[in-house]
Design a protein. Structure first.
Length: 149
């Protein structure tokens, strides 16, 4: 059985692990960049520092993205019983399960495939505010919502 709380906790754990990894990579890149400045001077050194700075900038963007996703997740009341498709809802359809929160796509929890999507995604927009027994069509597939928790 797919449990909304378990999915939520798994997402939080995974995103926090990614955040810790990105922070470690940023620290390592900063240390590498700073040690480059202490080595021999010249164009080669400046090119290397510039490449490392690009890495730091890229990691920083990834960090901000993860922080935004965590904020959205943390704003969800996981104990709320959802009666319609909205943030925090676990939606069971004839095609599969959807957890409405953040855009991550296909996610595996307890060997079960679910889709973690945002209400702003194309399919999320079609599902938004629908209730159990509602139907919609997406990418040539007919979806029927069977249960919302």
């Amino acid at each position: 059985m797919i449990n909304k709380k378990f999915i939520y906790d798994d997402l939080l754990l995974n995103l926090n692990e990614k955040l810790n990894s990105i922070e470690f990579l940023i620290i390592s890149a900063i240390e590498s960049r700073d040690s480059e400045s202490k080595s021999s001077a010249g164009d080669k050194n400046e090119t290397s520092r510039a490449k490392i700075q690009l890495e730091i900038d890229n990691y920083s963007k990834q960090k901000l993205n993860i922080i935004e996703k965590l904020k959205v997740l943390e704003a969800i009341d996981i104990n709320k019983k959802n009666n319609k498709v909205e943030n925090g809802a676990l939606v069971e359809t004839n095609v599969g399960f959807f957890f409405i929160a953040i855009g991550l796509g296909r996610w595996t929890v307890n060997n079960k495939q679910i889709f973690v999507i945002s209400v702003a995604s194309p399919i999320g927009k079609l599902m938004k505010d629908k209730v159990a027994t509602s139907s919609f069509r997406f990418r040539n597939l007919n979806y029927r919502i069977t249960k919302i928790t």
